[in-house]
Unconditional design. Structure first.
Length: 255
C-alpha cells in the first residue's frame, strides 16, 4: 500500500516530463532545431616595433607671391572707397605692364570699409571711415619680384609685404622626400632587428607628417596712412632655397 501511494504521487511529475518532451518534439518539427550559441573569445597578443624616418629635399623656389595693398582714411565712405579703388587700379595696370595677368595671377584677398569712432565725450561718435584692400600677386619669374614690389610702391600702394616663395609641383617634391623617409625608416628597422635579435613581420601601421620651410624675406614697405612715400631704393629680395621635409613612422609586428 505504501509503495502504491508513492507511485501515485510520482505520476503527475512523470506526465509533466512526457508533455515537455512531446512539446519539444513538436516544436522542433515545426520550427526546426533549437539553436545553441557558444561564445569564444580568443586574444592574440603580438609585440609591435615602431621606427621613424626623415626625408628632405632642397629645391629652388619657382614662383613667388607678393601682397600689395592700399589703406586710406577720410570723412566719407565714397571718399575712401574711391581713393583705394583709384590707387589699386593704377597698381594693377603697372603690374600688367610687367607681364602679370590680371585674371590669372592677381587676386583680391581682402577689401573692407569700417567707421572710425571717437569716445572722448563718453558717447560713440563716428569721425570718419577707413578703407583697405589687399591684392595677392603671383610672380612666375622669380627674378622679377623686386620689380613687382617697386612698381606697386611707385603706383601708390602703401601696404606691401608678405612675400613668400613656393614650387609649382609640390606633390612631386614631397613624393621624393617621402620615398627617402620610408627607405631610411626601413633601414633603421632592419638594423635594429639585427642588433636586438628579432625578426620583423609585416607593417601594421603607417603615418606621416610634412614640414615645408619656406624662406620668408625680411621685407615690409608698409607706411602710415596719408604719409608721403619716402625715397626708397629698389627692393632687394632673395628667394633662397626651400627645404621640404617628410617624416614617416612605420610599425612592424615582431615575429
Amino acid at each position: 500500500m505504501k509503495l502504491m501511494k508513492q507511485v501515485k504521487m510520482l505520476v503527475p511529475y512523470f506526465i509533466a516530463v512526457v508533455f515537455f518532451f512531446v512539446g519539444l518534439y513538436v516544436y522542433t518539427r515545426v520550427a526546426g532545431p533549437v539553436a545553441l550559441s557558444v561564445n569564444s573569445n580568443v586574444t592574440n597578443q603580438s609585440d609591435i616595433f615602431t621606427v621613424s624616418g626623415e626625408g628632405k629635399v632642397e629645391v629652388k623656389p619657382e614662383v613667388a607671391y607678393v601682397r600689395v595693398g592700399m589703406e586710406s582714411n577720410g570723412s566719407g565712405v565714397n571718399q575712401v572707397q574711391t581713393e583705394i579703388d583709384r590707387v589699386m587700379e593704377r597698381v594693377i595696370g603697372s603690374l600688367e605692364g610687367l607681364g602679370i595677368d590680371r585674371e590669372k595671377e592677381m587676386e583680391t584677398v581682402s577689401y573692407s570699409i569700417n567707421p572710425m569712432f571717437d569716445w572722448s565725450s563718453g558717447r560713440q561718435r563716428i569721425t570718419g571711415y577707413s578703407a583697405s584692400t589687399q591684392l595677392k600677386v603671383k610672380v612666375r619669374e622669380i627674378d622679377r619680384v623686386n620689380e613687382v614690389v617697386d612698381a606697386a610702391v611707385e603706383s601708390g600702394a602703401n601696404q606691401v609685404g608678405g612675400v613668400s616663395f613656393d614650387v609649382e609641383d609640390r606633390e612631386k617634391i614631397e613624393e621624393e622626400a617621402r620615398k627617402e623617409a620610408v627607405e631610411q625608416a626601413k633601414r633603421k628597422a632592419e638594423a635594429a632587428a639585427k642588433a636586438a635579435g628579432f625578426r620583423l613581420g609585416r607593417i601594421v601601421n603607417y603615418s606621416e607628417g610634412s614640414n615645408g620651410v619656406t624662406p620668408q624675406p625680411m621685407y615690409d614697405r608698409a607706411m602710415a596712412v596719408g604719409e608721403a612715400a619716402p625715397e626708397l631704393s629698389s627692393a632687394k629680395i632673395q628667394p633662397g632655397v626651400e627645404e621640404i621635409e617628410i617624416v614617416v613612422s612605420l610599425s612592424y609586428q615582431i615575429e
